[in-house]
Design a protein. Sequence first.
Length: 440
Amino acid sequence: MSGPTLFDDQTNQPLAARLRPETLDEFVGQTHLLGPGKVLRRLIESDQISSMIFWGPPGVGKTTLARIIANRTKAAFIDFSAVNSGIKEIRSVMNRAEENRRFGEKTILFVDEIHRFNKAQQDAFLPFVEKGSIILIGATTENPSFEVNGALLSRCKVFVLQALKTEELTALLNRALQDPRGFGGQNIRMPENMAELISAFANGDARTALSTLEMVVLNGDLGEDGVITITNETFEQCISRKSLLYDKNGEEHYNLISALHKSMRNSDPDAAVYWLARMLEAGEDPLYIARRVLRFASEDIGLADPRAIEMGVAAYQACHFIGMPECSVHLTEAVIYMSMAPKSNAMDAAYAAAKKDALQHLSEPVPLVIRNGVTKLMRDLDYGKGYQYAHDYEDKLTSMQCLPDSLIGRVYYKPTEQGLETRYKDRLAQIKAWKKEHGK
């Protein structure tokens, strides 16, 4: 069982440890679980805790939340690491839990990185979870569906913890600057946006954010008046790289995504990768970049290379699955592919032209021949009369009119001769020639 003692010297602990929340009100983030009336908060406040698994990225409060639960429920708290524990250590801990149960005390066993346990080790918990000797709280950064035994997983409620938002981390850092447990007793002078810069750099990880703030403060310039001055240069030195962070809602955000898009359009993979790196290293959300790359796949490539959209979707999924920094290589692959692919804006141009007509001809009726006559009344009104089912015809083509009368002859899709789109151009020419020959 772990917990603070009279002999602990908190002043020598890292900032993240000193500021570890002790109550739900101090806890930052996870409002979808801990907000007023939310499921996990209700379970904690009503002392109805059962075994559970916290699944989420590093630094989002999995261990802290387990400690808060233990304090709230007045339970013994055993912190157990899967990294350096085996069956022998598990049995020893279970014996302690059994002793606690005999004296009427609950035991919360927190297992960090539970996915690192093998099947035999995970199975060792089962009988104690089943008979209530322990309340198991596991923490994992991996999908528990794949990494935790089905038998154990079925006895645990899984809660998904999310990476902290930049504004949540910024609030946490501002609290650290005011809290006596943090730097509340020190006179610190730093740029107004420093907390936001650190938050963006931390990429959703509270531990990283607090550790970075601590490093920045410790490396600030101490003046004779006792004021610690922190500059952007201090921050850059502490993170061992040039500060490229920027306001994600400001002009530079749009300048950089524009640079990436236009570099890919100009088939310049080197420039495209550079602008990609500028954005990622500045703390940009990789999913935002992946969405823009996916848009590019159809807007600037389209049927010139139909695989581009597949590449874009795959890159987005990879970013969603593993996040930064690992997904940088997936985005790089997608960006280079888009840069090297043949270009066609026929999709974008087709929709733009069709959109213009759609807005100017909003009341054009759908031709009766392609309406769906699902009721007798509709059929009596000639809905679907004369409809030609293309699969009933040898060439799989008909001369049936599908555009409104006022738009007959309109051409929206104008294929280029780039890449594979030349095939679609030839096919479209064959279709139009057939329809002209067989038209009424």
